[in-house]
Design a protein around this ligand. Structure first.
Ligand SMILES: *Cc1c(COP(=O)(O)O)cnc(C)c1O
Ligand SMILES: [Zn+2]
Length: 411
């Protein structure tokens, strides 16, 4: 293992790689550091056939001893060239990194398989997370696979399909009357009261966020060690865009890729603390009152850990990127556009990323010739968005050709 310590991104304090969460001096996010010079180049670029083994081909770049890894075949998701969606958005070179095909249907399998593996290494027998649904499903799956206990705190309004998945995976689920921020505070208290391992994927657990880097390695390989101009990511607190940024910087440092992408953090207008700070030109992110959006995966008001949003804001600015908030109407139109142009069924959260590209194209901030990658973070089956009223209006006929002709579907 080449991971050597963890450094606070806010104050620089160093921490040993044991059971750590946030900076003990300032509560800032911790960033795991590696002995970069010792890491073999192959850790980034294991070759096409090895790459099929998913994220653990990059084990030298992850902070877990290999004998403790627990896996469900995560990673190695397709990077799909999307010409029809590109045409609709006015882009000549658009790709979708399709994370809907992860074992539990969202990218959260990357951070959670690393964090649950770390729980095994630390010999802890219960993992706990706060979640808007997807991280809890991932944690529950890996905990089941590892034979350790899973406890989940979710907002009471979490979409039913996400809850069904978590329950089916055997976790103890507690619904909290509050937002995901309140679930995070519950998780923290429960973890310290009962000695449970907190794997929450804001920047709460520094091991979890390392799993997100693997998206960058796969993206670069899929572009034949090129670097897209823009990477667009639905963002709540931001460990995914930050992880992608870190991964590209590691690869650039050894000369494997020519540059790093500009990041677009895509938020929903009903919960947009980072977007607000970005457009105000503010130094730091403030919590969001009364979050309300269909994009459940990114509905994070950051109450009590705004430093996570501030860190994401800093990284996005450093990348020369942007933070964009889209309203629910645009978000829902965007997921349908992706469905009908590319055959990809994604949860509403992903619509924030598509709508952000639409806006940046309209404002000419992304050019027609730019290379753009949208990360499709979660599957449509996680949170259906086609109204039951719309299903009720579908034509229903007797099984006769006359009945069909009357519908005038054409030839
Ligand atoms: C968790 C999640 C995100 C990103 O949220 P962060 O809080 O920034 O990690 C994006 N999309 C989906 C579907 C998610 O579940
Ligand atoms: Zn600190």
């Amino acid at each position: 293992m080449f991971a050597k310590d963890a450094v606070c991104v806010m104050c620089g304090k160093k921490h040993r790689l044991d059971n750590i969460y946030r900076c003990t001096a300032c509560q800032g996010p911790l960033d795991i550091r590696y002995d970069a010079a010792a890491i073999p180049r192959q850790a980034f670029d294991p070759g096409p056939s090895a790459r099929e083994n998913g994220i653990w081909v990059h084990a030298d770049l992850l902070p877990v001893r290999p004998e403790y890894t627990v896996s469900l075949g995560e990673g190695h998701t397709p990077l799909l060239r999307c010409e029809r969606l590109g045409d609709a958005l006015g882009l000549r070179a658009l790709w979708v990194k399709d994370e809907t095909r992860q074992p539990t249907g969202s990218f959260k399998d990357r951070p959670l398989c690393v964090a649950v593996s770390k729980a095994r290494e630390l010999q802890l027998d219960t993992v706990v997370t706060a979640s808007s649904g997807n991280a809890a499903a991932s944690m529950s799956a890996y905990a089941a696979r590892a034979g350790i206990r899973a406890v989940v705190f979710v907002p009471a309004h979490t979409p039913a399909a996400k809850l069904q998945q978590i329950v089916a995976l055997g976790a103890r689920v507690v619904k909290i009357r509050g937002t995901v921020s309140e679930c995070i505070h519950m998780t923290r208290s429960a973890a310290s009261s009962f000695g449970w391992y907190n794997v929450t994927t804001t920047f709460e657990n520094p091991y979890a966020t390392e799993g997100d880097k693997t998206v960058a390695y796969e993206m670069a390989a899929g572009l034949n060690w090129g670097c897209p101009t823009w990477v667009v990511v639905p963002t709540g607190a931001g460990p995914l865009p930050v992880g992608i940024w870190k991964g590209f910087n590691e690869m650039r440092a050894i000369g494997l890729v020519p540059g790093v992408p500009r990041l677009v953090a895509a938020q929903a207008a009903g919960c947009a603390p980072i977007a607000r700070a970005f457009s105000d030109g503010a130094e730091s992110v403030q919590p969001w009152d009364s979050p309300n959006t269909v994009a459940s995966g990114i509905q994070d008001p950051l109450v009590g850990y705004t430093q996570d949003g501030t860190y994401t804001l800093q990284v996005v600015r450093q990348s020369g990127g942007a933070v964009i908030a889209s309203d629910d109407h645009a978000i829902l139109r965007a997921v349908r556009l992706m469905g009908k142009t590319e055959g990809l069924y994604v949860e509403p959260t992903v619509g924030a990323a598509i709508a952000a590209v639409e806006r940046l194209r309209a404002e000419r901030r992304i050019e027609e010739t730019s290379e753009v990658v949208i990360v499709a973070t979660g599957h449509g089956l996680k949170q259906g968005f086609v109204d039951l009223a719309e299903l009720a209006e579908l034509p229903e006929i007797d099984p006769t050709i006359e009945g069909l002709k009357a519908l005038k579907l054409g030839h």
